[in-house]
Design a protein around this ligand. Structure first.
Ligand code: PLP
Length: 383
């Protein structure tokens, strides 16, 4: 049987959208680039692996349990999170990664003709989900690598349902202070929802970094996103959540997919939550890695954006896609930033000490190979 005119079934905004292509598995990449081992520094993962209690749970997990469905609304974990965050369980909604939670919120508030407002160079999934849902994404240029209050406000109109603020911003690491956030909320007013994406909140060690949840009573139009993928090193289990007022979560719950968070993810997150020793160890590893990168970039005269987050952006004097290929050949995978509107930049996730040392050496060889006659330059030519 022939399929009918398939295109005719597809909404215009889906037809126009280009699918995201994730990177192939490590073994394929190693074969493609001829490297014997691969260190992934492209997804801001925590190299320490999960906190000990989560690792112990995973090791002792009884496989027989996977024949049963998980708690459909993550009840035990929501109770624990509520206690930890000082909110009620019904103020928390979990999803299959914070990515899924973004979709819940856009589906709950937006219809065709509506828009969301965010920055042009931030976590791209807000824009992508809006666009393939037929919702306009209005993008305010970053100002000095940070979210620009004026630019965002200028793009808000009566059809703006959601304003997404990534705090700290992935990929630039910049962030709004508590005062700045409050000023923005007051200027915006109560007629739009502000989503504060705090995926990297647990890395932040600055006294005036705002905890969005503490502002909920003052600004009930706030929604806060968090994830277990970054600090808690559970990216492979896919679990993230949002916190809002009960009025708001009662609405978002309508578009939240039940049973989408699996049994392992729920219990591992329960075990991991609030492990301060682990958080402190991760923060010091990140700080050390950031310092190593900054020192290496200073030596190579490369501009770098560092922060408390577990990633940094580096500006190269040549193409980022070329740098990607050449670093891959040396076994280091970084994120090229041209597709994220930062041509010539790479984003590097902080890895363990040995990997950071290796990466710094690889970066140095790469930069020097442009000008001198090192063996690498002979292999790659001048680029
Ligand atoms: C700012 C930001 N928000 C959300 C996410 C999505 O996280 P998750 O792995 O929970 O889907 C990421 C992941 O990179 C992120 O950087």
């Amino acid at each position: 049987m022939n399929l009918c005119n398939l295109e005719a079934l597809v909404p215009q905004y889906v037809r126009q959208f280009e699918a995201y292509i994730p990177s192939p598995p490590d073994d394929e990449l190693q074969q493609m680039f001829g490297c014997s081992r691969l260190i992934r520094m492209n997804n801001n993962e925590n190299p320490l692996g999960p906190p000990p209690a989560a690792a112990a749970f995973l090791q002792s997990f009884d496989p027989a349990l996977v024949s049963r469905y998980p708690s459909g609304d993550c009840r035990p974990l929501r109770a624990r999170l509520a206690d930890y965050l000082g909110v009620t369980p019904s103020q928390v909604i979990l999803g299959n990664g914070a990515n899924e939670v973004i979709a819940f919120v856009i589906k709950a508030f937006c219809q065709q003709g509506d828009n969301i407002v965010t920055a042009d160079r931030t976590f791209a999934v807000y824009e992508w989900i809006a666009r393939f849902s037929g919702v306009d994404a209005r993008l305010a240029p970053l100002n000095d690598f940070g979210f620009d209050e004026e630019g965002l406000l200028a793009r808000v109109d009566s059809r703006t349902k959601l304003v997404f603020i990534c705090n700290p911003n992935n990929p630039t690491g910049t962030w709004w202070s508590r005062d700045r956030l409050i000023r923005f909320m007051e200027r915006l007013g109560p007629n739009h929802i502000v989503v504060l994406d705090e995926a990297y909140a647990e890395f932040m060690d600055q006294p005036d970094y705002p905890d969005g949840i503490s502002l909920l009573s003052r600004f009930p139009n706030l929604i806060i996103f968090r994830t277990f993928s970054k600090m808690y090193a559970l990216a492979g289990l896919r679990i993230g959540y949002l916190v809002g007022t009960e009025q708001v979560t009662d609405i978002v719950r309508k578009t939240a997919i039940v049973y989408s968070v699996n049994t392992l993810a729920q219990s591992a997150a329960l075990a991991a939550l609030g492990d301060q020793t682990f958080i402190t160890a991760t923060r010091s590893l990140v700080q050390e890695g950031q310092q190593m990168l900054a020192a290496q970039c200073a030596e190579l005269k490369l501009p770098i954006l560092t922060s408390d987050c577990n990633f940094a952006m580096i500006k190269l004097p040549f193409s980022d896609t070329l740098a990607y290929r050449l670093l891959m050949q040396q076994g280091y995978m970084v994120r090229t930033m041209t597709g994220f509107r930062f041509p010539g930049w790479i984003r590097v996730s902080i890895a363990g000490r040995e990997a950071m040392q290796g990466f710094c050496t690889a970066l140095s060889r790469l930069v020097h190979s442009r000008t001198d006659q090192s063996p690498l330059a002979k292999v790659y030519g001048v680029f």
